[in-house]
Design a protein around this ligand. Structure first.
Ligand SMILES: C[S@@+](CC[C@H](N)C(=O)[O-])C[C@H]1O[C@@H](n2cnc3c(N)ncnc32)[C@H](O)[C@@H]1O
Length: 275
């Protein structure tokens, strides 16, 4: 039996990590598993976290797992082309992405989140899931100084940008692009509809008051934040191969939405850019 785990208290913003962690844990327990994140499942079990209080419906858990898988793929493919690259997970929470994608030995992976969360990562995750923890507020420009500036970087943000203002997101992107010689950035998108919905749906009440990002529908919007940013792909999850493994009713609904970009954008989207 694995040991029970007691983590330090989180602020409401930090506690948003439970939503995504529990989403991946529930996906791992589902018969229609998309990601299979055993580590998330184990942390939820060891902490005895009351995930039922979050009211995560099965389709929400599936979407959380699906977008994590798409972000994993972006990072893993980047490392195939750049085995000595830097990987950065912005607002990593208790996610063990480095464990899932296993970066090559010459690569370095950094998980950035508030110091309390980085401390909790040290307690909850095996060392190889947590190679470099950076405890910082992402809106503070200083944290990037700790990262090498002479290697290409793949930067992912899963469930983060909703919590930043547009100005904070734009300046974060500008600092990342200025720091690294080249690289890729990928994050789950928030359409204006998604932001509207997040403030109202039962499964998101734990974060409703914390959402600050206005959302955008045009995937090229970040190209206007920084002239080096170019869209690689708007990944509409309705069109991804994992839909074949969705439970029947959700699969049908997703297949109906897939031909329409505007319907697909109301759901799970991962935005992928290079610079
Ligand atoms: C919804 S959680 C997602 C966590 C993780 N990416 C995952 O998928 O499980 C959002 C995370 O962003 C972090 N976060 C939000 N704003 C931040 C900021 N300004 N600086 C550092 N971390 C931040 C929170 O502490 C939290 O861990």
């Amino acid at each position: 039996m694995t040991m029970a785990l007691t983590l330090p208290a989180f602020t409401p913003l930090q506690a948003s990590l439970w939503l995504t962690l529990c989403g991946r844990a529930l996906d791992n327990r589902s018969s229609h598993r998309i990601l299979g994140d055993e580590t998330a499942d184990e942390i939820v079990r060891r902490t005895g976290y009351d995930y039922q209080a979050l009211h995560i419906i099965p389709s929400a858990a599936l979407n959380i797992a699906h977008r994590a898988k798409k972000l994993d793929e972006v990072a893993a493919r980047f490392f195939v082309r750049h085995p000595g690259a830097i990987g950065v997970d912005l607002g990593a929470g208790l996610d063990s992405r480095a464990l899932r994608i296993a970066p090559p030995p010459a690569a370095d992976w950094y998980d950035v989140d508030f110091p309390e969360v980085v401390e909790a990562r040290r307690m909850a995750l095996p060392d190889r899931a947590n190679p470099h923890g950076v405890g910082a507020d992402l809106t503070d420009p200083a944290w990037l100084d700790a990262l090498p500036a002479d290697r290409p970087a793949v930067i992912v943000a899963d469930g983060l940008i909703a919590f930043l203002s547009e100005e904070e997101m734009v300046s974060l992107v500008n600092r990342l692009v200025a720091h690294f010689p080249s690289g890729e950035i990928a994050f789950n998108g928030y359409s204006r509809f998604a932001v509207w919905a997040q403030k109202r749906f039962a499964g998101a009440t734990s974060i409703a008051g914390l959402t600050r990002f206005p959302g955008f529908d045009d995937p090229r919007t970040p190209e206007r934040w920084n002239s080096k940013i170019k869209l690689v792909k708007e990944i509409l999850c309705t069109r991804e191969p994992e839909v074949a493994d969705f439970p029947p009713a959700l699969r049908l609904f997703t297949r109906l939405a897939a031909p329409s970009a505007s319907w697909s954008r109301k759901g799970n989207v991962v935005l992928h850019y290079r610079f």
